[in-house]
Design a binder for this molecule. Structure first.
Ligand code: SF4
Length: 459
C-alpha cells in the first residue's frame, strides 16, 4: 500500500499533549514527524482530534501525578463528549510503571515506553484500526528520519544528543526510567541540525541527561568538544548559535573548555547542576565533588572563558542534610555568584536509594530551606541581569505579544536560555519571529530586560 492510498482513506488527526522537560518536547517532535510522514494530521484542539497522545513526565512524584491527572481529564472529556478518542500514553510514566498501568488506567488505549516511541505509527494504526503505509520502526533504533521533520515554533530548537544516564544519583529516578546512557551518533544529529537551520532555526540547544560525556559510548575521538566543533561548521553559514545544557562537573574537560572558548558559535553559557557542595551530602547523593573542587572548577572556567554566564541547580532537604550543611550550600551559591540557580526541594522517589535512607526531612523544613535558597538565587540573578543594562546585544525574536495597545517583540539573547531564564522585551520596533536584531538593553526587572532596536551605526 502506498502513502497516497493511506492518505486517501481519510486522514486521522492527533492531538499531542506534552508534559515535562525539553527532552520530552523533542520526543514528541519525533513522534509527530513519524506520524505526519505516515499520513496523519495534527489536531490543534481536542474537539477535532481522532486520538490523543499524552507524552508524560515521571521525574518527580508530582510530575507523575500531573501526567495521570491530565490523562484522566482527557478521558473524562471523552465520556462527556460525543466522540470517543483513544488516548495513548507515552514516555516516562509507562517507562517507570509499565506493568501496573493497564489495570490502573483502563481509560488508556495503549501505553508506549520512551524507548519504544519510534513504533508510534503502528500503535496509532492499531488503536484507530488503520493500515500502515510506513513499516513500524522497532525500539529506539529507527535512526535518522529521511527528512528530519520538526515542528519548532520560534527560532530555537532543542536537539537531544543523548538519552539515559549512568550516574544513578540516589535521589533520581531517571536512570530507571530512561535506561543507560546512549549517545545519539553524529550521523543522526547533523542532518537534523542542518534541516532545522535551513528552516530558519537560529539557536540549537543541545540537551541530554549528561551532555558532557557525549560520545563516550561511540568511537574514539567522539567527545562533546568534537561534536561542538563539527556542528559549529554546520550552523556557521546560517549565523546560528549553539548552547549546551546539563553539563555535569566531571564532564568539564580541558578539551571542552577550549572548544567553548574558541568556537564563536558556541555560547559562553555554562550550565552545571552541582545539586550540593558539601562532600558528605554529595557522597550520600552518589555524586562526587566538594565545595573546594567546585570552586576550583568555576575559577578555572572564569579565567578561561571571561564574561561567561553560569547556571546551576541546588537540591535541598536531601535525607540527613543538617542545618549546617544547608547553610554551607547557601554560602557557596552566594560566594560563587551564579547568574541563574534552579532550586529543587528533595522528593522521596519510589525505587531510588534516597527513598530508603534514614533521616528523611519534614516537608515544611524542606520547603523552608528551598525558599531560603530561592531568595539568594533571586538576589544574585536579578543583580546579574541588571548588570547587562547598557549593553548592545543580538536578540533572537521568539514571538510578538499583541495583547497590549501596541505589539511588543519578545526575544532572548546569548545569556538567556530559552524557556529557562528571562527574556528581552522590545516595546517598539518591527521584526519577524526568527529575526536577529541588535538591541540596546535599557532596563531590567527581575530576570527580564527591556531594550530598543539599534542600527549598526547607533550601536
Ligand atoms: S546525573 Fe544524576 S540527577 Fe542527572 S539524570 Fe543522571 S542520575 Fe539523574
Amino acid at each position: 500500500m502506498s502513502l497516497e492510498q493511506t492518505k486517501a482513506e481519510g486522514s486521522a488527526s492527533i492531538l499531542f499533549v506534552t508534559l515535562g522537560c525539553a527532552k520530552n518536547e523533542v520526543d514528541t517532535d519525533r513522534m509527530r514527524s513519524l506520524l505526519l510522514r505516515a499520513g496523519y494530521e495534527e489536531a490543534s484542539e481536542a474537539e477535532e482530534a481522532d486520538a490523543v497522545i499524552v507524552n508524560t513526565c515521571s521525574f518527580l512524584a508530582s510530575a507523575t501525578s500531573e501526567s495521570i491527572e491530565r490523562t484522566l481529564e482527557l478521558a473524562e472529556a471523552n465520556t462527556e463528549g460525543v466522540r470517543n478518542r483513544p488516548i495513548v500514553m507515552c514516555g516516562c510514566v509507562p517507562s517507570r510503571y509499565g506493568d501496573d498501568l493497564p489495570a490502573e488506567l483502563p481509560e488508556v488505549a495503549a501505553f508506549v515506553r520512551a524507548d519504544a516511541e519510534d513504533g508510534i505509527v503502528s500503535v496509532m494504526d492499531g488503536v484507530l484500526g488503520r493500515e500502515s503505509a510506513v513499516p513500524a520502526a522497532v525500539g529506539s533504533s529507527a535512526g535518522p528520519l529521511a527528512e528530519p521533520l520538526r515542528t519548532v515554533e520560534g527560532a530555537s530548537a532543542y536537539v537531544k544528543i543523548s538519552d539515559g544516564c549512568d550516574r544513578f544519583c540516589s535521589f533520581c529516578a531517571i536512570p530507571y526510567i530512561r535506561g543507560r546512557y546512549a549517545s545519539r551518533p553524529y550521523a543522526e544529529i547533523e542532518p537534523e541540525v542542518l534541516a532545522l537551520a535551513k528552516s530558519g532555526v537560529r539557536e540549537f540547544v543541545l540537551i541530554g541527561q549528561d551532555t558532557g560525556i557525549w560520545g563516550r559510548d561511540l568511537g574514539e575521538g567522539d567527545t562533546l568538544a568534537s561534536l561542538l566543533t563539527r556542528l559549529a561548521k554546520v550552523v556557521r553559514p546560517f549565523g546560528a548559535w549553539l548552547r549546551v545544557l546539563y553539563l555535569q562537573p566531571e564532564g568539564m574537560t580541558d578539551e571542552l573548555v577550549a572548544a567553548i572558548r574558541d568556537t564563536p558559535e558556541v555560547l559562553p553559557y555554562i550550565d552545571i547542576p552541582i545539586q550540593h557542595c558539601n562532600a558528605r551530602v554529595l557522597k550520600s547523593m552518589n555524586r562526587s565533588g566538594s565545595a573546594e573542587e567546585f570552586s576550583e572548577l568555576f575559577a578555572r572556567l572564569r579565567s578561561e572563558i571571561p564574561g561567561m554566564v553560569l547556571r546551576t541547580t541546588g537540591l535541598v532537604g536531601f535525607p540527613g542534610e543538617t542545618e549546617e550543611e544547608y547553610e554551607e550550600l547557601l554560602d557557596f551559591i552566594q560566594k560563587e555568584e551564579f547568574d541563574y540557580t534552579s532550586v529543587f526541594s528533595y522528593s522521596r522517589e519510589e525505587g531510588t536509594r534516597g527513598a530508603e535512607m534514614d533521616g528523611q526531612i519534614d516537608e515544611d523544613v524542606k520547603l523552608e530551606r528551598a525558599q531560603g535558597l530561592i531568595d539568594i538565587a533571586e538576589e544574585l540573578g536579578f543583580s546579574a541581569t541588571a548588570k547587562h543594562v547598557g549593553e548592545v546585544v543580538d536578540v533572537i525574536i521568539d514571538g510578538i505579544d499583541t495583547d497590549g495597545e501596541t505589539p511588543e517583540l519578545i526575544g532572548h539573547t546569548w545569556f538567556q536560555a530559552p524557556d529557562c531564564d528571562g527574556a528581552v522585551h522590545i516595546p517598539e520596533g518591527e521584526a519577524c519571529v526568527g529575526d536577529v536584531v541588535r538591541v540596546r538593553l535599557t532596563e531590567s526587572f527581575c530576570y527580564e530586560l527591556e531594550g530598543e532596536i539599534v542600527t549598526d551605526e547607533e550601536a
